[in-house]
Design a protein around this ligand. Structure first.
Ligand code: ZN
Length: 254
């Protein structure tokens, strides 16, 4: 992978230890040469009957994939949607649709501007990183404010743009009081996979999976696969969890 990005193992204990022990100095973090990493998580000790899966979506800047939204709503499939402030501004009709199905959908925080919580002068998938901790905190708190305004609830989870984090950025987000929403199954690889592949990946989810896909790319093939995959899971008798009904302690981080 480019940009020196790595998939680092990260236990919850390590996260907690990091939140206590690490200084928040951006200069110090830069000196440590922090390599951005992903946060993976799945439900800890899932009950096997029925199978449980958390279906989560990122609404980065962009539009709204009505194929996915309508399929979920028509089949009463619950999901957690991580929205940016920029997406909320551009998609009032989508927000109204989600709000009309509040029993199914939860809104959580994907930042305001979609700035990766990564320190240093670098780009992540072509997007300029936050660079310093103050920018990370501003991105998270402004995103939370946007969710609060749109949805009238306090978001409890944060997922950084691109899904990569610097260690000090992650600590700063935890100290703001948010759970960091990792995932265990990347269903669409940034909405780049064709529908058939996406449907297959989702349909093969295992008990406790936290699935991520994108709901902001209606002109790509992936979204059709998301809808098909979710229906296949439902046919398997899967119960769909929403993250707003779950606490970080109910997940295992890796
Ligand atoms: Zn995103």
């Amino acid at each position: 992978m480019t940009c020196g990005l790595v998939d680092a193992g990260l236990s919850r204990r390590a996260l907690i230890a990091a939140s206590v022990a690490l200084p928040l100095s951006a200069a110090r973090a830069a000196a440590q040469g922090e390599a951005p990493f992903k946060v993976h998580m799945r439900r800890a000790n899932p009950a096997s009957d029925p199978l449980t899966v958390a279906l989560t979506f990122d609404a980065c800047p962009g539009a709204f994939d009505w194929r996915i939204a309508r399929a979920l709503a028509e089949n009463s499939i619950a999901a957690t949607i991580f929205v940016t402030g920029r997406w909320l501004r551009r998609n009032p009709e989508a927000l109204a649709f989600l709000a009309a199905h509040r029993d199914l959908f939860a809104l959580e925080n994907h930042g305001y501007w979609h700035i990766p919580p990564v320190l240093g002068r670098r780009r992540v998938f072509g997007i300029a990183a936050a660079g310093d901790v103050a920018t990370v905190e501003r991105e998270a708190t402004a995103g939370a404010h946007a969710v609060r305004t749109a949805w009238a609830t306090e978001p409890s989870w944060y997922r950084g743009a691109t899904g990569f984090y610097s260690r000090s950025a992650l600590v700063a987000i935890l100290r703001l009081g948010y759970g960091v929403a990792g995932y265990s199954l990347n269903a669409d690889m940034g909405a780049t996979l064709p529908a058939r592949a996406v449907a297959g990946r989702i349909a093969d989810a295992v008990d406790g999976s936290v699935i991520v896909a994108h709901i902001n790319q209606p002109h790509r093939s992936s979204g059709a696969g998301v809808a098909a995959g979710a229906l296949a899971l439902q046919a398997r008798g899967v119960r769909f969890l929403r993250l707003d009904q779950m606490a970080p302690a109910q997940f295992r981080y890796f």
